[in-house]
Ligand binder design. Structure first.
Ligand code: NAI
Length: 273
């Protein structure tokens, strides 16, 4: 049996992922702001460093898999915090744990992004570039500035939508460009991303806890229903299995068909000569 770290383990998809791994007999080291093994704020450099340190201590420096699930949503008021939590958090954690994954015979990592990366029309390319360059302070400033360009009526219900979608876009890009580097690929550590759509978790349901009608939701839901945390956890588990051997740098949509419904012709994208 293996040893796995799961961030966001106290709620939603992270809790469901931790449960699936534990049910399979693995040792699970949870990370969250509360109610799990390691309490750390992944929105700050200090919190990330202490999370990595705590995981390395608990795992004795060798891990079979990491699921970076923790995150916040577009309803968060501070776009800078969204950028720190949803992009810099998973990237620092995965980078920090890569050597421990390389010690496993079958190191696996999966990051939970969002289909908002490709279904929300407020991606800020400058912010993507700052994120990928690792410029956290500049990215935080740009996230606040960029949000001002989002129409007021959108900002009213999603005050950080631009930063949220852009952080998830940058995360997917980071996964694709990082997975194929020798430090990951040739060390046998596979790195993939999941792009969930609307999933019934506290993050989506907000303070009311009430699910909207899928047919009048603000994005198409071709299956006529929202996702459940267990459905994301299923794919997290698949990516982390030792048998998942020949896929890296992929982004899997687990979104009930929303991305396909909004952009049916955009994938596959033909390579230009
Ligand atoms: P959730 O709110 O149920 O769980 C998220 C967990 O992350 C919470 O336990 C929370 O305490 C933890 N967390 C938040 N900020 C943290 C921080 N600074 N440091 C450490 N832990 C922190 O939300 P859910 O829906 O399970 O979200 C999981 C991931 O899925 C997030 O990255 C979210 O952005 C993403 N997502 C969610 C969607 C949805 O419809 N629920 C859709 C697409 C992506």
């Amino acid at each position: 049996m293996g040893t796995y770290a799961v961030t966001g383990a106290a709620s939603g998809m992270g809790a469901a992922s931790a449960a699936v791994l534990a049910e399979a007999g693995h040792t699970v080291i949870g990370v969250d702001l509360r109610d799990t093994e390691i309490i750390a704020d992944l929105g700050t450099p200090e919190g990330r460093a202490s999370a990595v340190e705590g995981i390395l201590e608990a795992s004795e420096g060798a891990l079979d898999g990491v699921a970076a699930v923790a995150g916040v949503g577009p309803d968060m008021k501070d776009p800078a915090a969204v950028m720190s939590i949803d992009y810099f958090g998973p990237v620092a954690l995965l980078e920090g744990l890569r050597p421990a994954l390389a010690r496993s015979e079958s190191g696996r990592a999966v990051a939970v992004g969002s289909n908002s990366a490709t279904t929300v029309p407020f991606i800020d390319q400058t912010l993507v570039d700052l994120a990928l360059a690792g410029e956290e302070e500049a990215a935080r400033g740009r996230a606040v500035q960029g949000q001002e360009e989002v129409p007021d009526k959108v900002r009213a219900f999603a005050p950080s939508i631009g930063a949220y979608a852009t952080s998830k876009f940058a995360l997917a890009r980071w996964v694709r460009r990082t997975a194929i580097t020798p430090r990951w690929g040739r060390e046998g550590v596979l790195l993939n991303a999941i792009a969930p759509g609307a999933v019934l978790t506290p993050l989506m349901l907000g303070s009311t806890g009430t699910a909207p009608d899928p047919d009048s939701f603000n994005t198409p839901m071709p299956l006529g229903e929202f996702g459940r945390p267990e459905e994301i956890a299923f794919w997290v588990h698949q990516f982390l299995r030792p048998e998942a051997r020949f896929t890296t740098g992929s982004v899997l949509y687990v979104d009930g068909g929303t991305d396909a419904a909004l952009r049916p012709e955009d994938l596959p994208t033909a390579m230009t000569p």
